[in-house]
Design a protein around this ligand. Sequence first.
Ligand SMILES: NC(=O)c1ccc[n+]([C@@H]2O[C@H](COP(=O)([O-])OP(=O)(O)OC[C@H]3O[C@@H](n4cnc5c(N)ncnc54)[C@H](OP(=O)(O)O)[C@@H]3O)[C@@H](O)[C@H]2O)c1
Length: 246
Amino acid sequence: MKTYTLITGASAGIGEAAARLFAAQGRNLILIARREERLQKLQAELSTVDVKIRAADVTDSVTLEHFFTKDLAGISIDVVINNAGLALGRDSFDQYDFQDIETMINVNIKAFLKIAHLGLPFLKKTKGHLINLGSIAGMKSYGGGAVYCGTKHFVHAFTEALRQDLLGSGVRVTTIAPGNVETEFSIVRHKGDTEAADAVYKGFDSLKAEDIADAMWYAVSRPAHVNTELMLVMPTDQAGITVHRK
Ligand SMILES: NC(=O)c1ccc[n+]([C@@H]2O[C@H](COP(=O)([O-])OP(=O)(O)OC[C@H]3O[C@@H](n4cnc5c(N)ncnc54)[C@H](OP(=O)(O)O)[C@@H]3O)[C@@H](O)[C@H]2O)c1
């Protein structure tokens, strides 16, 4: 029976890099994101493994539920990479657009929990591995990021508790917490303002999405008795939220 790695947010950035690396390691993939044409392109490119794609908004819990319980019924999944997420805006909390706040909570917390909840029955069968995307923002908070930082603190706290819930099940759970990674993350956060987005990565060597995919693969490829609980992966020129720019 084929076994699959399921990745949310696989149409760009870290999720896409993870799809490429896991495929290179011979892993069959189930890829989820909203932009279908990007998933189709990736599916065509990663032809050495079996790639299933599903264009879906992860906040659509009815669709997700149907996909996991009906479309994926009987399929073996041994890794779930709970990666889809976003930040919106850099304003002081009192100035924030409340819709942006709700979107971050809906994607980074509610949909994140739904994926974990739907994925765990599969992982319990395979003694598999759940990888959650945390962040340095889940450990250090900064002004203009109150809600995003809060959502990532949630991911860290949730993973810590989940490890205890799953003791004895053989399921491994890892939080990967990156510092600045150059992806579409900043363009999304700055709502298409490329100048503001580029400024985030100016004057220092930020991480690349592939660096985070490597960290995921490290955690997954340890022997079954080793649970890498938390990996904080930072650019050399970033410590905490302080970046050294040339
Ligand atoms: N980049 C960083 O500096 C950084 C640092 C720490 C942590 N992280 C975390 O890493 C994860 C990935 O971010 P990234 O840097 O790779 O950003 P990215 O390049 O913007 O990619 C985000 C991915 O999430 C998907 N996504 C967003 N909202 C979605 C929704 N409602 N439904 C389905 N898919 C959705 C996007 O796909 P579609 O738009 O096609 O739906 C895309 O594939 C996030 O959880 C982020 O918080 C990033």
